[in-house]
Design a protein around this ligand. Structure first.
Ligand SMILES: CNc1nc2c(CC[C@H]3O[C@@H](OC)[C@@H]4OC(C)(C)O[C@@H]43)c3nc(N)[nH]c(=O)c3cc2[nH]1
Length: 374
């Protein structure tokens, strides 16, 4: 019995977006959902209580980072990641594939796995499907990701074809190395870049292995949004309707809406806490860069249409002052608002799906936020 089950509630008549429930060993959560990123076992500056009060259901953490620091053996001794970080809802861990390709300059990809340098001290490291599974089993995440190669963008057809075939072989090795399939779900990651036939090959390879869920990888790596949307249009239909679909590393408000419209159920991205740390916030009327002098005497909330803790209690002038003075409380307030904003955006998306009007919602949101016309 797989511990991860997707329940399709309804499909939006206007767009084809899906309203669903993701059932995990640590609770059930509505989709489409945004998953805050907690790479080093914390969603930067926010407490588990704050994440719960916002409505976060599943958060992300990462094999590569936790393997290096503090070491997956220490997390295992703590009883796993849930007890180590005091989070009793869902946890998804990425397999480390992406970080190996994004963090370390030197790396050599072989059939058995990837040789690379520890980005902290330069030591030689080796990560393989089996090692990635050993680490994720130790972390005890509810959802583990298969060890894959996220190819650079752009990549040649030949390179992409070889990479897809190796990623499919690695996925099979991950399944074989899975120690607790009844307690932890394992998602396959579809690759293939912008090549429709390679996406089809990757999807078919993975679907034949019958994973409890699937991720669309290899996107949000610098390609234009039109390319991402086109790839989704011909990739999500290849995935089983009764399994969850996770678009990795996405993203900005417009990409979340456009991904949901194309059948995606789960999203993650570091954006809300990353831009929050330099004082940039997402609001219903577009981005606000709070350090701008025009906010020095602006005693209104970050977002007039937001009811979050930050917007109910503090003004732009005060938050600008804190950010300018490098006061830690400042980035807590901006990070809180940004994560809240994306979680609430997905609530609005789910409501629009319930009422078969996600297309109308997209128009109104894009207009108000200032995204260029579709
Ligand atoms: C930003 N764009 C983007 N991110 C991607 C990821 C990584 C997703 C993980 O990396 C971090 O986002 C940078 C997040 O914080 C942690 C916790 C590290 O996990 C998240 C991917 N991961 C794998 N395994 N395979 C992929 O094809 C892939 C594609 C991506 N595109």
């Amino acid at each position: 019995m797989t511990p991860i089950r997707y329940e399709l509630i309804k499909t939006c008549k206007q767009t084809g977006a899906r309203l669903g429930i993701l059932h995990t060993p640590h609770g059930s959560f509505e989709t489409p959902m945004f998953m805050p990123v907690g790479t080093l076992a914390t969603v930067k500056t926010l407490s588990p209580e704050e994440l719960k009060e916002m409505g976060a259901g599943v958060i992300l953490s990462n094999t590569y980072h936790l393997w290096l620091r503090p070491g997956h053996d220490i997390v295992k001794e703590a009883g796993g990641l849930h007890s180590f970080m005091n989070w009793d809802r869902g946890i998804l861990t990425d397999s480390g594939g992406f970080q190996v390709f994004s963090l370390s300059e030197f790396r050599r990809i072989e059939e058995e796995g990837v040789y690379f340098r520890n980005h902290l001290n330069g030591d030689q490291l080796f990560l393989s499907p089996e090692k990635a599974m050993e680490i994720q089993n130790a972390l005890g995440s509810d959802i583990m990701m298969a060890f894959d190669e996220c190819p650079p963008y752009p990549a040649t057809y030949e390179y992409m074809k070889r990479s897809v075939e190796r990623t499919s072989r690695w996925a099979e090795r991950c399944l074989k190395a899975h120690q607790r399939p009844n307690e932890q779900g394992l998602f396959g990651i579809v690759q293939g870049g912008e090549f429709e036939d390679l996406r089809k090959q990757s999807a078919q390879d993975l679907v034949s292995l019958d994973f409890p869920g699937y991720a669309v990888g290899g996107l949000s790596v610098g390609e234009p949004k039109e390319v991402m949307n086109r790839v989704l249009e011909f990739t999500t239909p290849l995935l089983p309707a009764n399994k969850p679909r996770y678009l990795m590393g996405v993203g900005s408000p417009d990409s979340l809406i456009d991904g949901a419209i194309r059948g995606i159920d789960m999203f993650d991205c570091v954006l809300p806490t990353r831009i929050g740390r330099n004082g940039t916030v997402m609001t219903s009327e577009g981005r606000v860069v709070i350090k701008n002098a025009k906010y020095a005497r602006d005693f209104t909330p970050l977002d007039p249409n937001c009811d979050c803790y930050t917007c109910r209690n503090y003004t732009r002038a005060y938050i600008r002052h804190l950010i300018k003075c490098d006061e830690t409380f400042g980035i807590r307030l901006t990070s809180y608002h940004n994560v809240y904003f994306l979680i609430k955006l997905m609530e609005q998306v789910r409501q629009a799906i319930r009422e078969d009007r996600l297309g109308d919602f997209r128009e109104q949101f894009f207009e108000q936020y200032g995204f260029n016309k579709p």
